[in-house]
Design a protein around this ligand. Structure first.
Ligand code: SF4
Ligand SMILES: [Zn+2]
Length: 380
């Protein structure tokens, strides 16, 4: 995606303005301590374990820093310095100062995120990446490390470094493909890379025996519930044998994002948990035979989202238990047996969405939504 083409769209101009507007003051961020760290559930060799997520203070995702770049649902940029290079040693210092707070006996998985791509040399220098990986490798309690990167930063060079430094610790690289559809990835997400870019990177990752983790978005901006279910099912079908793990990521609401804007205007509705049940229902016959491990994620981000996938207060507990049970044992029974009165509201929403202009192409629908929004107060 070149910036010039991307500048010819209203949506990317909106993303650009939202990126530049932020109540956070990046200049006040300390470069010696992490943005955050948290403990959550992870899954290793079919067992539920605890993992630590280190959210390093980053300089900002390279894609988001480009004019008209940045993804519609992602507000990570607002938690970064939005600056050029981080001084050498800064990421290392951040990592060490947080690392020493934990006793890793209970935490076999470590996730190291930087609100962008750890493998981008502009986001983290070679020295800091290598030293952090050496620390991870030297800790016998840490069995598995997860990092994230866009495909353009996944090169033979950087994978070689990882393979050389990580001998007894397995590694996983998470990448947000979001959808196998070029149109959905481009228009609903503004992702800025193609499926071909993804497959090339995924093949390289496999060559180095590193695990490939692929994020697929559930209910991206502008798709109806039914369309999103079909999009997810099609994505899972096409990802067969390309990835080791797929994590379904229901869209959450992070502040100062395009998704947040359309949500605030009543145009976008956050996915309810029932869409996950529908997806599992659709794929249940082939779930043993997907060709990769399937997880449900989308809960851990920094800055913390304001809203996550949920149902109602009566059944949210059951929903999150069903998600956990699916992630641990791959059992679909709990998910499929979820029942609550609030499912009727979801079914009604699915039905009502038919009144949207779903017969037209997605670009035409997006244009119509924006036109409606612009004219709404004038034509009242
Ligand atoms: S989702 Fe990933 S690629 Fe997109 S803007 Fe956020 S950090 Fe960058
Ligand atoms: Zn409910």
């Amino acid at each position: 995606m070149n910036a010039e083409t991307n500048s010819q769209r209203v949506l990317t101009h909106m993303i650009q303005k939202l990126k530049n507007y932020s109540p956070y003051a990046p200049k006040n961020y300390k470069l010696t301590s992490v943005a955050n760290s948290s403990i959550s559930t992870g899954y290793l060799d079919g067992k539920q374990v605890k993992r630590i997520i280190f959210y390093l203070r980053g300089v900002g995702c390279s894609w988001c820093k480009l004019d008209y770049g940045g993804c519609s649902m992602c507000g990570h940029y607002h938690g970064t310095t939005k600056s050029g290079l981080m001084p050498e040693g800064s990421h290392l210092q951040q990592f060490i100062s947080e690392y020493i707070k934990y006793d890793f006996k209970e935490f076999p998985i470590v996730c190291i995120y930087n609100a962008g791509s750890i493998l981008s040399r502009e986001e983290m220098c070679d020295h800091d990446l290598a030293e952090i990986l050496k620390i991870v490798e030297s800790n016998n309690h840490i069995k598995h490390v997860i990092i994230e990167s866009r495909p353009e930063f996944i090169t033979e060079n950087v994978l070689q470094v990882m393979a050389e430094l990580l001998k007894s610790t397995s590694a996983e690289i998470g990448m947000g493909l979001e959808s196998v559809s070029e149109v959905v990835r481009d228009l609903c997400i503004n992702k800025g890379f193609s499926f071909n870019d993804y497959t090339k990177a995924a093949e390289l990752v496999k060559k180095y025996k590193i695990k490939m983790l692929t994020y697929i978005t559930v209910k991206p901006l502008f798709l109806t519930i039914k369309e999103s279910i079909s999009d997810v099912v099609e994505s899972l079908r096409k990802l067969r044998n390309l990835t080791d793990v797929v994590s379904l990521e229901p869209t959450s609401i992070q502040k100062w994002t395009l998704v947040d804007y359309f949500y605030s205007q009543g145009i976008y509705r956050i996915p309810s948990g029932w869409i996950l049940k529908d997806i599992i229902e659709e794929i249940k016959e082939n779930i043993e035979d997907l060709g990769f491990e399937l997880r449900i994620g989308g809960f851990e981000f920094y800055p913390t989202p304001q809203l996550y996938v949920s149902n109602c207060y009566r059944c949210n507990g059951d929903l999150y238990k069903a998600i956990n049970s699916f992630n641990v044992s791959k059992s679909i029974d709990e998910m499929l047996s979820l029942e609550c009165e609030c499912a009727k509201t979801y079914e009604m929403e699915k039905y009502n969405e038919q009144s949207l202009n779903i017969a037209s192409s997605l670009p035409a629908r997006v244009a119509e939504i924006i036109a409606d929004k612009l004219l709404s107060s004038y034509l009242r």
